[in-house]
Design a protein around this ligand. Sequence first.
Ligand code: SAM
Length: 239
Amino acid sequence: MEEVNGIIYVVATPVGNLGDITYRAVDILKKVDFIICEDTRVTKILLDHYNIIKKFVVINAKNESIVIDRIIERILTGESCALVSDAGTPCISDPGIRFVNRAIHNGLQVNGIPGPNAAVLALSISGLPTYSFVFEGFLPQKKGRQKKLKQLAEEERTLVLYESTYRIKKLLQELNEYMPQRQIVVARELTKKFEETWRGTASEILTGYEDKISKGEFVVIVAPLNWKERDPEDHSEPY
Ligand code: SAM
C-alpha cells in the first residue's frame, strides 16, 4: 500500500478519452486529502467517472500567489494532495509549475504519476523523427510571434506546437508562409470521437481539410529543416 502523507503528487489525466488514466493515478486520487485543479467542473467529470469524492482547491493565474502558501502549510502538517490540470500532464502548457517550484523550495516531496500528454502522443504517431525534438507549445500570440516563426524555420529538430480551435488556421497559414516545403502532421482531437491525423505541407492541409480546420484541439508537428522521407531499409542513423 502506497503511503501518501506529506506528499504532493503531480498526476497526469486523460486528454480526451476518460479510460486513459493509470490504475495508480486513480489510487492516488482516492487516497490524497485534497485535489488541486484548474476547473472543478472539468475535474469533477473525471472523478465522477471513477466514483471519487474529494475536496478541491483551485489554482489559476489570478489566485496562485495567495493559494500556494496555504497549500504548502497544509502539506507541511502532513496532509497530501494531487495536482491535476484540465487535461494531460500538469505544468506542461498548464498551471502548476510555480506551486511545484515553491513546494521544492520548502523541502517537500513531489512525486509524478505519469500518463497522457498530447505532445508526446502526437509525436508517437507522427512518423517524423523523434530522436531529437523541440517542444514550443503555444507560440506567443502577438509580440515576438513573427521573430519566433523565423527562428523556427531554421530549426533542425522536429518541432512540436500546441494550438487552439480559434488560431489553428492562422498558424497553418503562417507555417505555409515561413516553411512552405516542410512536412507537417496535424493531430486533431486525440483519443476522442473525431480523432484524425492530417499529413502534408501546410498548404496541402489548408486546402485538404478546409471544412474541419476550425473544430477541435490540435497538436502540430513540423518535420526538421531539409528532412526527407527515408528509405524504410535505411537504418544508418537513428530516426
Ligand atoms: N497539459 C496538456 C498536455 O499534457 O498535453 C496540455 C494543455 S494545453 C492548455 C492544451 C493544448 O494541448 C490544446 O490547445 C492542444 O493544443 C493540446 N491538446 C490537448 N488535448 C488534445 C487532444 N485531445 N488532441 C489534440 N491536442 C490536444
